[in-house]
Design a protein around this ligand. Structure first.
Ligand code: BGC
Length: 546
């Protein structure tokens, strides 16, 4: 297409996105595979740190347990890597594109895996987990960004929920692999669980090589023809599709509008843009950044990882449950099986109801667990003749376990996917990559903080909270309920460009009633079927990295 020609724009708010074929849905769903890294990496280490062979390699012959400081270093160093990886990846994805950032993330991850498999001592294990963590950070931030930008708006929520589904599968696979390897007496007891990660990197990185990059990235960089080709592939449309033309025109018109509000600058200015605007204006960049980072913080505050990281020792301490692995496996299975419900509900009911009602469901379960535990369950135990601690009322402990499983059901069908979906949708294009990166980094930061402090709350020689710890999680879920009611906007069914407009024109509580009435192209004075008066060479010249 020669420079200077325009794009046929539309003023019809329903025509701003091309229809989609099945193949195109599959392309969009593929990237959700990245969730497997996330889940597997969070999960597998619990089994490895319990392996006798691994313990001897780290602590020396004859050792039967890792020292507290080594345990905490090995577990938490991954999160340190992911935190920085997510932040760096935001910048990288604006320079080389979303797709290649994920592929590079896979490469970094593979290097980290090789270091860990080769390890004979603490040093390489820690270095390997740090490097792998950077890779996980790259892919956990940018897969969300990439998917939000390529998915058709009507199923964007459902497809991004697929990412959460893969996280849950990763956690499940990790616990099964750990279980299968736990009695091995050779180095396979830790090398197999670690080595399996290799497959995740190869599948995601290799598969992505065949997929197009995000059209919104190309528009941001001013490469209009690349954006068009990518849209055609993503929507399964021919090169001359008028739908693709209208969708592209809308993305460009929105980018030009946003760019006039948030001018590009250097690297520092790019970051500074994320914190600009008033704290009291719900659509300011600062508020969006606070919304994304606090939403991920709240997701961690629900206490879900207390169950996934510490349920085994926690359940063992009641003395009432003989097969704690089985119960942990049931929690993991509930997590996997409940997540697909959100594929439907997130598009049918919307993001807001999911987060509001999900928090209510979770807080009720958490308080019930705490109250039962404090009155008749978990906290009331005696020491039997053999010297072991046994719960006085095993049925009450079983009831607590049932409510924990219902809590997981609520998390998996609401806040688990919901937090990832919303952070991919609320940021305008000029700050989107950094906004998503900051929000993902916040998830990892709080994940680590909670992982590090919870043992102190429940250890018998520390806080010894027993099941009273659920009063804390219940309290935090109550905050999440109020938070979601006042602060989460409804983004269902809108294009990312329409989300910008909705956040400008409504408050979170009224957002679900908002309907688009104009397109960005028509706001720029373009009538139906007319050409969007932009000059491609101009856009290409303007294309800025930051
Ligand atoms: C959370 C993780 C959690 C997982 C459980 C994710 O959305 O961010 O921290 O372990 O869900 O399925």
């Amino acid at each position: 297409m020669p420079g200077g020609a325009g794009l046929a724009a539309t003023s019809d708010v329903n025509r701003i996105e091309a229809p989609v074929t099945w193949k195109a849905y599959m392309i969009c769903a593929f990237a959700s595979f990245g969730g497997i890294f996330f889940g597997y990496d969070s999960g597998y280490i619990n089994g490895v740190t319990g392996s006798a062979v691994f313990i001897e390699i780290i602590e020396g012959p004859g050792a039967t347990a890792l020292t507290g400081s080594h345990q905490s270093l090995i577990v938490s160093i991954l999160s340190a890597g992911t935190f920085f990886g997510a932040l760096i990846a935001g910048d990288v994805s604006d320079i080389i594109g979303r797709k290649f950032t994920i592929i590079i993330g896979c490469g970094i991850y593979l290097v980290g895996v090789i270091l860990q498999v080769a390890a004979h001592s603490l040093g390489l294990i820690v270095a390997g987990r740090l490097v792998a963590g950077v890779g996980v950070g790259f892919e956990s931030a940018i897969v969300i960004l990439y998917m939000s930008e390529i998915c058709p708006r009507k199923v964007r929520g459902a497809l991004v929920a697929g990412y959460q589904f893969c996280i849950t599968i990763g956690l499940l696979v990790a616990s099964c692999v750990d279980y299968a390897c736990k009695n091995r007496t050779d180095t396979g007891s830790y090398r197999i669980p670690i080595g399996i990660q290799f497959a995740w990197g190869i599948i995601l990185g290799g598969g992505l090589l065949f997929l197009p990059d995000s059209p919104r990235f190309f528009v941001k960089r001013g490469r209009v023809e690349k954006a068009r080709a990518s849209l055609c592939q993503l929507r399964g449309q021919p090169a001359d599709s008028e739908y693709v033309e209208a969708e592209l025109a809308e993305i460009i018109a929105n980018e030009e509008y946003e760019r006039s509000l948030i001018p590009a600058g250097g690297w520092i200015n790019g970051w500074a843009n994320c914190f600009k605007g008033s704290l009291f204006k719900s659509n300011s960049n600062l508020r969006k950044t606070i919304l994304g980072t606090s939403l991920q913080m709240m997701q961690q505050w629900t206490g879900v990882n207390f169950i996934f990281y510490y349920s085994t020792p926690f359940l063992q301490s009641t003395g009432a449950i003989s097969n704690t692995f089985l119960i942990s496996l049931i929690f993991t299975l509930v997590n996997v099986c409940s997540t697909p419900i959100s594929f439907y509900t997130v598009e049918k009911l919307g993001r807001r109801p999911l987060l509001v009602w999900g928090a209510l469901g979770m807080l009720i379960c958490q308080f019930l667990v705490a109250i039962i535990g404090d009155t008749v369950g978990f906290n009331k135990s005696h020491v039997d003749a053999s010297g072991s601690t046994i719960a006085n009322n095993v049925s009450a402990v079983n009831a607590q376990i049932a409510f924990i499983a219902i809590f997981i059901f609520f998390f998996a069908s609401t806040w688990g996917p919901g937090a990832w979906i919303v952070i991919g949708e609320i940021f305008p294009l000029p700050i989107r990559s950094r906004g998503v990166a900051l929000s993902t980094a916040s998830n990892w930061l709080w994940n680590t903080i909670i992982a590090v402090i919870t043992p102190y709350m429940v250890d018998t020689d520390e806080g010894d909270l027993k099941s009273n710890v659920f009063f804390l999680w219940g309290g935090l879920c109550t905050i999440a309920f109020i938070y979601a009611y006042f602060l989460i906007p409804e983004t269902k069914g809108l294009s990312l460009e329409q989300v910008d407009k909705m956040m400008e024109e409504t408050s979170p509580r009224t957002s679900s009633k908002w309907k688009p009435t104009t397109t960005f192209a028509s706001d720029m004075g373009v009538k139906e079927g007319e050409k969007l008066d932009h000059n491609i060479e101009d856009v290409e010249r303007k294309g800025s990295i930051f």
